[in-house]
Design a protein. Sequence first.
Length: 178
Amino acid sequence: MKKNQRLVFISIYCALALVLDYVKTFIPFLNMPSGGSINIALIPVVVCSFHLGCFDGIMCGLLWWLITSVLGLNPYYISIGQYIIDYIIPSMIVGISSIFYSKKNLFEIEIGILLMMFVRTLCLIISGAVFWPSGVASNSIQAWSVSFAYNFPYCFISLIMLEIIVPIIISRLKNRVL
């Protein structure tokens, strides 16, 4: 695939992620009260990773993060370290979904999404325990428990959503674009 085509595809996937990220703000049950959400915007970035490869997926995730930050869609931050662990790294990690994908079967898609969401969830739990303890000492057992209880449910639902929707999209695109 030519470089220009890749850039166009990355732009399209990023635009789709931005639109879904914006639409998500109007759907109350998708958003958590102190940040975090069942993130439907992950779908195009994960599909980008499987369509164009890991590097382009990471670039799409970074571009998605950059534009959402400029538009003010990442409003919950308290320090640079927290911002990096809460937003930048998880956005890049979405792009690594296809690291083990060899375009042979859908099982590799499921494993890639599972590993990506594990690492992404881990970043969010670390950020919650270290930077966001509410009424407890930072980095304490209570902080880790609260962070896990807050972040795991919406990340798990996002994982289930991705495990169902992305393989369907990839199987439909396989005959046309991939």
